[in-house]
Design a protein around this ligand. Structure first.
Ligand SMILES: *Cc1c(COP(=O)(O)O)cnc(C)c1O
Length: 434
């Protein structure tokens, strides 16, 4: 299968090219030319995660990866579970945070890293020389950790991660700045927008980009989205057959850049029985306002306790819009709800009363479900991060300490290896070329 640029439709590339390029011409997003459809869903759902995921992903990647190569990649990438935990008789959380950095981004980042590694090796074999690849990413927390861990130890891929110095939690910082090896981290004297501007300037500098083989590994990369399709199938597979045959399964998705929603819509288009989606946002509510008024009018981004969703111009929205408008999915299958800070906090307390310790992002999704789901629907909300990643906030709302999982406890005592840098492109450029 080929992928085409949603903005410049003449640009058509293979999966490998889409992964290596990230974005198409004129900042256009890549999108599959056709949507594979599965007729025998029950057979597919009966398979174990890795075997099933290979079947789901193969039509997208078959031009570049054999079933065996894909199986190796998926086995390596998805080496931790996605767990559906019941909250009560008509609600369950899909826990996506059992990977090495305790957030759902591990699924996409690990799959992307293994794909890129395979494609670099193939290119090197064909051309007889190693091409340099540099992953340059700006992070306000979770992405940096997932990307750093996914690429750590992969030869020939250099990873440079920039983050705003002093503006992310110490535990978040420790999760990606203590690895060393091919993972370099820069503590930038500025805010997240400064870091992003530096990434953008680097990509605009074609000479620099070509010399060091720039790639961003951010959430617009199609490989990350494709990986995320697999856990929607896994969630439905863990429901009893009776529940899924009711046909009333609704997913509520805590949304920032809307990658998770995009992947869910792919799963539905491929035949997975999902009735509809609720895109839950915090007070950064560009999408709920858009669906109500038809006006796309992003406001300034507001900082919230669900900070990974503090996005006012979601980068994956063009893919969602395309699917809704072209009929790939039913245009009424997405509704969107905005949840404020006070509601997020009271939901955390409410879930705790039900015996479940959660964190702000999942709480936004749970609350949206409580507002929007109707009688008879079974609601699944996504647990996008482990509560311990947001230890300070969660402890202060609950008024009780929560434990640290091993992944966080392990890195908490390690030294931070970052270099300091001012928010200055000339300095970054010199660093990258050194
Ligand atoms: C990245 C992130 C989100 C937002 O996901 P999108 O796919 O960008 O909508 C939600 N919750 C957590 C914890 C995240 O890290």
């Amino acid at each position: 299968m080929k992928f085409y640029n949603l903005k410049e439709n003449d640009e058509v590339v293979s999966f490998a090219e889409a992964v290596k390029q990230g974005l198409g011409k004129n900042q256009g997003l890549f999108f599959p030319q056709t949507m594979p459809k599965f007729n025998n869903i029950d057979e597919l759902l009966a398979l174990p995660l890795v075997e099933r995921s290979v079947k789901i992903l193969h039509p997208f990647v078959e031009e570049n990866l054999s079933v065996q190569e894909l199986t190796e990649i998926v086995t390596d990438a998805f080496n931790f579970p996605a767990l559906l935990q019941p909250i009560n008789s008509d609600r369950a959380i899909l826990e996506l945070f059992h990977g090495p950095t305790l957030a759902f981004k591990d699924f996409g980042a690990r799959f992307m890293a293994k794909c890129l590694q395979a494609f670099c090796a193939k290119d090197a074999k064909e051309t007889g020389k190693d091409k340099k690849v540099t992953i340059l990413t700006a992070t306000s927390g979770d992405t940096g950790a997932a990307v750093a861990h996914a690429f750590h130890g992969i030869d020939n891929i250099r990873v440079v991660i920039m983050y705003p110095k002093g503006k992310i939690s110490l535990l978040q910082e420790k999760m990606f700045t203590t690895l060393g090896g091919n993972i370099e981290t820069l503590a930038v004297d500025g805010d997240f927008d400064d870091c992003q501007a530096l990434v953008k300037q680097s990509f605009d500098d074609k000479e620099l980009a070509n010399t060091i083989g720039l790639n961003s590994a951010n959430s617009i990369n199609i490989s990350r989205l494709l990986a995320q399709i697999c856990y929607y199938f896994e969630a439905v597979a863990q429901l009893t057959r009776a529940k899924r045959e009711l046909g009333d399964v609704v997913f509520s998705i805590p949304s920032g850049n809307f990658g998770n929603l995009t992947a869910g819509l792919f799963a539905k288009a491929m035949g997975l029985p999902i009735k509809r989606f609720i895109a839950a946002t915090n007070v950064n509510d560009t999408v709920p306002r858009y669906l109500e008024t038809g006006q796309w009018s992003p406001n300034n981004t507001i900082a919230t306790i669900s900070n990974s969703m503090d996005v006012s111009n979601p980068s994956n929205w063009p893919r969602v819009e395309h699917m809704l408008k072209s009929g790939i999915v039913d245009k009424d299958c997405v509704s969107s709800v905005s949840i404020d800070e006070e509601q997020t906090q009271s939901t955390l307390l409410g879930l705790n009363k039900l015996g479940y310790i959660s964190e702000p992002h999942a709480c936004v999704a749970y609350k949206a479900l409580q507002y929007n789901a109707i009688e008879g629907e079974f609601g699944v909300f996504l647990g996008t991060a482990h509560p311990a990643k947001f230890k300070e906030v969660v402890e202060s709302i609950l008024g009780q300490p929560i434990g640290l999982p091993k992944e966080l406890a392990d890195c908490a005592g390690e030294p931070i290896l970052s270099e300091d840098m001012s928010a200055d492109f000339a300095q970054l450029r010199a660093y990258l070329l050194a």
